[in-house]
Design a protein around this ligand. Sequence first.
Ligand code: NAD
Length: 327
Amino acid sequence: MRILITGGAGFIGSHLCDFLLARGHFVICMDNLCTGAIRNVEHLAGHDRFTFIKQDVTEYLFIGGDIDWILHFASPASPMDYLRLPIQTLKVGSLGTHKALGLAKEKGAGFLLASTSEVYGDPLVHPQSEEYWGNVSPIGPRGVYDEAKRFAEALTMAYHRSHGIDVRIARIFNTFGPHMRKDDGRAVPTFIQQALEGEDVTVFGDGQQTRSFCYIDDLVDGICRLMQAPVNGPVNLGNPEEMTVLEMAELIIGLAKSESAVVHRPLPVDDPRGRRPDITKARSILGWKPRTSVRVGIERTIDWFRTEVVPSSKEQSEETQSKSLRQ
Ligand code: NAD
């Protein structure tokens, strides 16, 4: 198949590029690099089935030839990114989704939206199933992301109902793994970076808020199963194993064999207290559940940070130090 991945140079998108190329597909990666990194896909340069297009998906989209699937992953995704880029986040969820759906209509392609557990907001039911409509503040700072994704889901269903587009909606819960930016502000990369550098590990609030962390390989498997399943409504993809943010910090410090201490910082506005996916639908329709334990996933992610991220940041700081010594 020939598959367009918007946001393909981001954390999840770049893993999808690798996975789909490895299975013999043609991949077009479109990204404006606002939160992603070319480094995530540079190893694919010169691959005869891979194309990179640097473009903002909110602008006019033209791709020559047939396209079988559009995987719409473009969007700032970490709270730090979408609070820094609030209007771009609203635009990519609305105008970007509109452009991508328009292209799917023109090409007769399938369309998969990367939605999010954030559509449930600060949930009043626990765990969250796809039937729950959510508890979101449209005007709070996080509303830019949550409402953009809710609009994107509504538009996706409207294109399905009005134009018969074959759509999928993946409601993705917290996912982690290699290719995350060390400075994207999300708990796992932040804690790993801090632990490896021997800095204090900064936990928001008392750390008793819960999250469910899914390893990237399991998510990619879930996305690919979802493409193949005839289900147009939303499907939760995430790890039902729930843990507190403090437990995650302690796990990372232990596995990194770090001397770092946990310090607490004020809880951000509208930070959800709990998150756990009900994955009954994914289990029954896709035969999917996460297979990688959080512990193993964190070990692999620490290994990647140790070899790919921390040495370069050390080198940079040594370079800065030697420059300042020379001055
Ligand atoms: P990411 O920031 O690493 O990747 C997003 C990519 O989209 C980046 O490469 C960025 O440059 C690109 N992008 C943003 N706006 C764009 C635009 N207007 N035009 C073209 N490219 C644009 O984030 P991620 O964690 O890989 O998330 C990917 C998708 O999955 C997002 O849609 C996000 O909402 C969704 N999601 C992720 C998680 C998670 O835990 N990582 C959870 C729920 C949903």
